[in-house]
Design a protein around this ligand. Structure first.
Ligand code: UDX
Length: 443
């Protein structure tokens, strides 16, 4: 089994470290945040991710996984180093902030004194991998014997463990074909389960990740533009998505209309791609991503507008919001459409009663002008309007009859188009959707 290190313990790094250790590899994971390292060392995952705490604890107990904040532990203790640090959006520009990548590479390079492979997994602007490879060659004692592989990561929050253990595909950007054999051993389990392996150059590997995310974001904004059109003409965007989704060239997935995408990846990745395309003189070709972004942002404004239409005026009204996370099975509130809408309504004078099954600690930590309520039925108290904004499964199982007794007005707008119209209507609620017939008329 291989000796691996994982540099950076965010969603990607912790999941990768725990999964690789669970497969029998010996893994040491590093972060510069010592508080995080202390928590991870005792098996505490600092975010919500199904299956991960159990896997982390089992991997620590097996002796296969250790955490450190010492770079020399990493340099000495591993032969394959996975670079998993964040590349968030830069403050004040659309480009990716490469500070964490640069810092990690600059710290690691002088410590690499024997042959090893560094495997980049972070999402980066195309061209970064070649720069990193050159940097290691010029600045590591092992020089040319430090090889770089670019291996983008496609895991989804909420399914991170499954996506890591059973990836759809493994992409390797390499400059030495012998490195593919080493990575084949590291990923032997996934390959045994028939994950396709695509071996290519650095630039293609980097682009695979940003192209995949740009395509997914485009699909969502495409169907959301049709949701607006459906509202204008009385069509049903759900049926439309089902019908076009039967065409296997199109596919049904990622065609769920609603308040759009958020999170730590899709929004910043499409912006970083545009910024990189601009730098390369291809701004016009990638202009469409501006529209993808603006259609997506307009979903949030549309929901606020629908609330205003429903209430006459937002000021002084009580609004219950179901969901704060950017998607279910996650407590991530980065660029969350639900939270953005909650804040816009609060800033327009509404008393916002916000519920989420797991994300409320993150909301409370940000000291926002909303009331975070742990008990979902309490969150309905005296509401003039309810908005369903993150499609947690337990919201689909709510009892609208009981909840109807708590509210001032039985009106709900489903920003994710998943609640059962019949169930809510039969309990006396006006339920409306985005891009489904009757939506606007009912208001
Ligand atoms: C995404 C990519 O899917 C993943 O491959 C990549 O590694 C990281 O970015 P993630 O950010 O976890 O993963 O979320 P994803 O499941 O892709 O959902 C993104 C957003 O799109 C969510 O806000 C979700 O609610 C929204 N979405 C998704 C829709 O609005 N409609 C859909 O049909 C699907």
């Amino acid at each position: 089994m291989a000796r691996l290190s994982v540099i950076g313990t965010g969603y990607l790094g912790v999941t990768h470290a725990a999964c690789m250790a669970s497969l029998g590899h010996s893994v040491v994971a590093l972060d510069i945040d010592e508080v995080k390292i202390a928590a991870l060392s005792v098996g505490t995952v600092p975010f919500h991710e199904p299956e991960l705490p159990e896997l982390l604890q089992a991997s620590i107990a097996s002796g296969n996984l250790a955490f450190t904040s010492s770079w020399s532990d990493v340099a000495v203790g591993a032969d394959v180093h996975f670079l998993c640090v964040g590349t968030p959006q830069s403050a004040g520009s659309d480009a990716a902030d490469m500070g964490q990548i640069r810092a990690a590479v600059a710290t690691l390079a002088p410590l690499l004194s024997k042959p090893c492979i560094v495997v980049g997994k972070s999402t980066v602007p195309v061209g970064t991998a070649q720069w990193i490879a050159d940097y290691f060659e010029a600045n590591s004692p092992a020089g040319k014997d430090v090889h770089l592989v670019w291996n983008p990561e496609f895991l989804r929050e909420g399914f991170a463990v499954k996506d890591t253990l059973y990836p759809d595909r493994i992409v390797l950007g390499v400059s030495h074909s012998s490195d593919v054999e080493v990575l084949r051993e590291v990923y032997a389990s996934a390959l045994k389960n028939d994950a396709p392996l695509i071996s290519t150059d650095y630039a293609t590997a980097e682009l695979v990740k940003v192209a995949a995310n740009a395509f997914l974001a485009t699909k969502i904004s495409f169907i959301n533009a049709f949701a607006d059109l459906a509202d204008k003409v009385g069509a049903d965007v759900g049926t439309l998505a089902d019908a076009i989704g039967h065409d296997s060239r199109i596919g049904r997935r990622f065609l769920n209309a609603g308040i759009g995408f958020g999170g730590g990846c899709l929004p910043k990745d499409i912006r970083a791609l545009q910024a990189r395309a601009n730098e390369l003189g291809l701004g016009e070709q990638f202009e469409f991503l501006k529209n993808v972004d603006s259609v997506n942002k307009s979903r949030r404004a549309r929901m606020v507008e629908l609330a205003r239409e429903a209430l006459g005026s937002i000021d002084g009204k009580t609004i219950t919001i179901l969901g704060a996370a950017f998607k279910p099975d996650s407590d991530d509130i980065r660029d969350s459409p639900a939270l953005d809408i909650a804040l816009a309504l609060a800033n327009s004078g509404a008393a916002v009663q916000l519920h989420d099954p797991v994300a409320l600690p993150q909301v409370r930590a940000r000291n926002l002008p909303v009331t975070a309520i742990d008990d979902v039925s309490e969150a309905f108290a005296n509401a003039d309007l309810v908005l369903h904004l993150t499609e947690w499964k337990n919201y689909r199982d709510l009892n609208p009859a009981t909840l109807g007794e708590k509210v001032s007005c039985k009106r709900i707008i489903d920003g994710r188009n998943v609640l059962d119209r019949e169930v809510w209507s039969n309990a006396g609620w006006h339920i409306t959707y985005l891009g489904k017939p009757g939506s606007l008329a009912a208001l």
